[in-house]
Design a protein around this ligand. Sequence first.
Ligand code: HEC
Length: 105
Amino acid sequence: MRPLATALLAALALPALPARAADAKAIFEEMCSMCHGETGHADTKLGRKQNIPDFTTPKWQKQFSDEKIKKTIREGIVDTKMQPFKDKLTPAEIDALLKLIRSLK
Ligand code: HEC
C-alpha cells in the first residue's frame, strides 16, 4: 500500500473522541470529593463540619430518589455549601454522577 493511503487509513481508524466524555469518577473527584469524600462517605473536614450525609448507607440510598439526587446536583440546596451545578455539568454528566452515587452503596 502507498504510504499516503496507509496514513489516511490510520487517521480514519482513530476513534472520534467526544468533546468531553462523561467520566463520572473524574468529575466527582474534581468537583465533589473535597466535600463528599472520594468514596462518598463525606469523611472530609468540610463533610463533618457541614453534616454532609454518607452516600453509601442504605438509609440514604433509600431516602433519595434518582430524581431528587439529580435535582440536588442541578439546583443545589439553598443556604448550604451545596451549590447548583447545572451551569457546570451537562445532563449526561449529571446522569453519570447519579449512576456513580448509586454504585457507592
Ligand atoms: C463545597 C462543598 C460541596 C461540594 C463541592 C459538593 N457538595 Fe453536595 N452537598 C454539600 C452539603 C453541605 C450538602 C448537604 C446539605 C444539607 O442537606 O444540609 C450536600 C448535599 C448533596 C446531596 C444531597 C444529599 C442530602 O442528603 O442532602 C447530593 C446528591 C450531593 N450533595 C451531590 C453532590 C455532587 C454530585 C457534587 C459534585 C458535582 C457535590 N455534591 C459537590 C456540599 C458540597
